[in-house]
Design a protein around this ligand. Structure first.
Ligand code: LLP
Length: 409
């Protein structure tokens, strides 16, 4: 792990906990800000990946918008400084209450996922006497070559409006008086590594669909291509920042530009994934017949990705870094929860490990803390932030106007 703070500071904290590298967040966000300006593509951060307040405040202060997926995310984004006209709100099952939150606060657009949802929004907007901005999520019927739980663009899918509904959509938009149609939205899946191929295909399909609607008189002012850019779970230090350049370049080249048209993207994982690490302590070293188990105090309730998707997260022994001559051994690293899927990794090669060692479970910044639960009534892991080599528990970055407060104070 990159040397982001003193391991002695980490030793003082009750494990397990999340540790965020705010310097890396800054580098990653700056790269997106730079490329956004260069390619004229506006980014909305997908809040679902990590909704920690310091993260949201930093991203908002950097000028990115927010992509939300619940009424509470919309309210939290507003509270953390995202302007209402920089917020989009997707989700297949928006409740009437959530739609009201969006309309009352005047967010830029709800990304609508079905025709019945558009009708409900029209009624609610009429009742509130305020027009509702919407974009329509289209299902482009593309295979994102990723895990089946996180692919969303195939035809028979709960997400978005499919081709067989296009005529009905046009007719509906023509009669909804309280709807302000802003554009089309696409999102085909997450953790996409085949960047050029998959995103140029998405852009080609999106371009065809935009033309279909424009040929029928519907002006598509904004085209939102969603998120999905992957990160390197195997080599987080080799590739701490994803290849945003290829992503932005592919999209800029793939969507036909037109005067006044704006292009959006919604990165989640790629902005925050590598910034977060789950720090755990080894409770027991248990010798089986052929295997040796390291049992940690962090479990699948803290980070569910390995148990839910079979996801790989690199594991490192931080305490053994100072034991220069430690022999390398193979371990099955497992959590304490009463489920056999609570496994961090099998046959992981690590320096000889002892009870009490601190382990780093890497690339846990996205879909980690937000997906934690209190299963087994375990406590939720808290978050700590490394800012300029110091640890604090409020994570405020100088740019966000916050204070530095060391854990010793
Ligand atoms: N936009 C929409 C409409 C989305 O549904 C998502 C993610 C994103 C943007 C952000 O995608 P990203 O840039 O993070 O790939 N829990 C899973 C990932 C679920 C992704 C859901 N949608 C995981 O841990 O891998």
């Amino acid at each position: 792990m990159r040397d982001i703070c003193d391991i002695k500071d980490l030793e003082k904290i009750r494990t397990p906990f999340y540790l965020y590298d705010m310097g890396l967040l800054e580098r990653t966000v700056s790269e997106v800000v730079r490329l956004s300006a260069q390619y004229g593509i506006h980014a909305h951060y997908a809040v679902k990946a990590n909704a920690e307040e310091p993260v949201l405040r930093y991203v908002a202060a950097s000028g990115l918008g927010a992509d939300c997926v619940s009424g509470n995310e919309v309210l939290e984004a507003l509270r953390c400084g995202f302007p209402a006209d920089g917020i989009v709100f997707a989700g297949v099952g928006k409740t009437d209450e959530e739609i009201e939150i969006a309309v009352r606060n005047g967010i830029f657009a709800m990304n609508c996922e079905s025709l019945p949802e558009i009708e409900v929004i029209d009624c609610i907007a009429e009742r509130l006497g305020k027009k509702a901005g919407i974009m329509v999520r289209i299902n482009p019927n593309i295979d994102a070559h990723t895990h089946k739980y996180i692919t969303t663009g195939l035809e028979e899918n709960k997400f978005g409006v499919s081709e067989h509904e296009f005529e009905a959509l046009l007719e509906l938009l023509g009669r909804c008086k309280w709807i302000d149609f802003k554009g089309l939205h696409f999102h085909i899946g997450s953790q996409i590594l085949d960047v050029k191929d998959v995103f140029s295909l998405e852009c080609r399909r999106a371009g065809e669909i935009v033309s279909y609607f424009e040929d029928r008189g519907l002006k598509v002012e904004n085209v939102d291509l969603g998120g999905g850019l992957g990160i390197d779970y195997h080599d987080p230090d080799g590739h701490p920042v994803s290849d945003f350049e290829t992503w932005f370049k592919t999209i800029a080249a793939g969507i036909p530009s037109r005067e006044g048209r704006r292009i959006f993207v919604e990165p989640g994982r790629s902005l925050v994934g590598q910034c977060g690490t789950l720090i755990a302590r080894v409770l027991y070293v248990k010798h089986g017949v052929d295997k040796t188990f390291l049992i940690t105090d962090a479990g699948m309730n803290d980070l569910i990705r390995p148990a839910l998707y079979g996801a790989y997260h690199k594991v490192e022994n931080l305490s053994a870094m100072s034991r220069k001559d430690a022999e390398m051994k193979k371990y099955d690293v497992v959590g304490p929860v009463c489920e056999s899927s609570d496994v961090w990794g099998e046959d992981r090669e690590l320096p000889e490990t002892e009870r009490g060692d601190l382990l780093a479970i890497r690339s846990a910044g996205a879909y980690g803390q937000v997906m934690a639960s209190r299963y087994n009534l375990r406590d939720l892991a808290l978050a700590y932030y490394a800012v300029d080599g110091k640890l604090n528990s409020d994570g405020m970055m100088p740019v966000a106007g916050g204070k530095h407060n060391s854990i010793d104070e």
